[in-house]
Design a protein around this ligand. Structure first.
Ligand code: NAD
Length: 367
């Protein structure tokens, strides 16, 4: 039995997660995966009920599960709340309590959606990049930090970039493992020409590479990488980088695809499930989209593809994962589109119908 904690969250989170669970139930039945789903509140809806965005019962459920499926949290209703109880705190709480130090964000340009990108077709056609971002170190957590008053009345702002050898080793291993499951090419991004901290990053990644000689490794400075992503993105397979550089580069890579409703993500930690796979949290990169919530127009594909990543990385079910990926590809090729990716001549469908079509496609695919 494999337990999945289901946190729909707020806004369109509820709609896209509902469709994703239906899709997971279909692959569960097809491949006899023995999945068990348990749903709980996080975010604004948890605050309304328990006056906290991450109730202890939800956190316990997450900790007792093999994987977490999350929709999205937040919305204008809770914008005025104190930061300590804002819906978004639930995400930070889950990430730190589950020790999720690796964030995986694929950026795939589907042939059927190549027009959605703001870049030229010949540049983005065939792009399939995975950005592995370190999630718990760097300037976001390094000390000292803060803003100090100086004797002359001015102020000094400080943040500290810090990484230790074990922190770099574990993220490098995740990235090499991911590259092994893909095209065996890893680009490590740093600023080793200026920042000592990333000089250490480069040294440690190079050392870890000795255990992964089947994977090709190259190093790139972050400024060059941000340029190369626009100039010739097809050169990349897997990119591994620090928290700050990854924050920026993963958004840049995502936008090569041009469609926020299509982009999944996975966050992995060092805790392993009984089957020996990393326990992870899987969620679309988009938010709760209050402007379209409750209208049955949200694109559920980002969340459905997050479930595919869950099957691959936490539930050891590569076949079920590729079934979902193929079903999404086929449905797009057949011309079905939600409103966010719609273009003239295509078949416009809602959230529920898109979910149903993908489920039906999975049933039609041969094992
Ligand atoms: P958003 O991602 O929710 O929406 C941005 C735009 O993209 C909106 O126009 C929305 O309609 C559209 N969009 C997003 N997902 C879509 C989908 N699946 N299908 C079709 N269209 C989609 O970002 P925002 O508007 O800046 O934030 C709204 C709320 O979500 C805020 O409260 C914010 O804090 C929260 N948020 C949560 C997360 C998360 O839970 N991980 C991430 C980002 C924002």
């Amino acid at each position: 039995m494999k337990k999945i904690a289901v946190f729909p969250g707020d806004g369109i989170g509820k709609e896209v997660v509902r469709e994703t669970v239906e899709v997971l139930k279909i692959v569960d039945k097809k491949y006899k995966l023995s999945l068990e789903f348990e749903e709980a509140l996080v975010g604004g809806s948890a605050y309304d009920e328990y006056k906290t965005p991450l109730p202890d019962s939800s956190l316990k459920l997450a900790k007792d599960s093999d994987a977490v499926l999350l929709g999205a949290v937040g919305g204008p209703k809770w914008d005025g709340l104190d930061y300590s109880v804002r819906p978004e705190r639930a995400l930070l709480g889950l990430r730190s309590e589950l020790g999720l130090f690796a964030n995986l964000r694929p950026a795939i340009v589907y042939p059927a959606l190549v027009q959605a990108s703001t870049l030229k077709k010949e540049i983005v056609e065939g792009v399939d990049i995975m950005v592995v971002r370190e999630l718990t170190g760097d300037v976001y957590f390094g000390k000292p930090r803060g803003v100090e008053k100086l004797s002359d009345g001015s102020e000094k702002g400080i943040n500290t970039m810090v990484y230790t050898t074990p922190e770099i080793e574990r993220i490098a291993k995740v990235a090499f493992d991911v590259a092994r499951k893909r095209n065996k090419k890893l680009t490590s991004v740093d600023k080793a020409n200026v920042l000592e901290c990333t000089e250490l990053w480069r040294k440690v990644v190079t050392k870890v590479h000795k255990d992964y000689s089947d994977v090709e490794l190259n190093h790139m400075y972050v400024d060059n990488c941000s340029m190369q992503l626009i100039r010739y993105p097809k050169q990349f397979d897997v990119i591994v980088t620090t928290n700050l550089f990854g924050d920026i580069l993963s958004d840049e890579a995502a936008m090569l695809t041009g469609s926020i409703g299509m982009l999944p993500s996975a966050s992995l930690g060092s805790r392993l499930s009984s089957s020996g796979s990393p326990i992870g949290m899987y969620e679309p990169i988009h938010g709760s989209a209050p402007d379209i919530a409750g209208k049955d127009i949200a694109n559920p594909i980002a969340t459905i593809l997050s479930a595919s990543m869950m099957l691959k990385y936490s539930l050891n079910s590569e076949k079920a994962s590729s079934d979902i990926d193929n079903a999404v590809l086929n449905i797009l090729n057949k011309g079905y589109r939600t409103k966010d990716i719609y273009e003239d001549g295509k078949k416009l469908v809602g959230t529920k119908e898109m979910g149903r079509l993908i489920g039906e496609e999975i049933l039609n695919e041969k094992r």
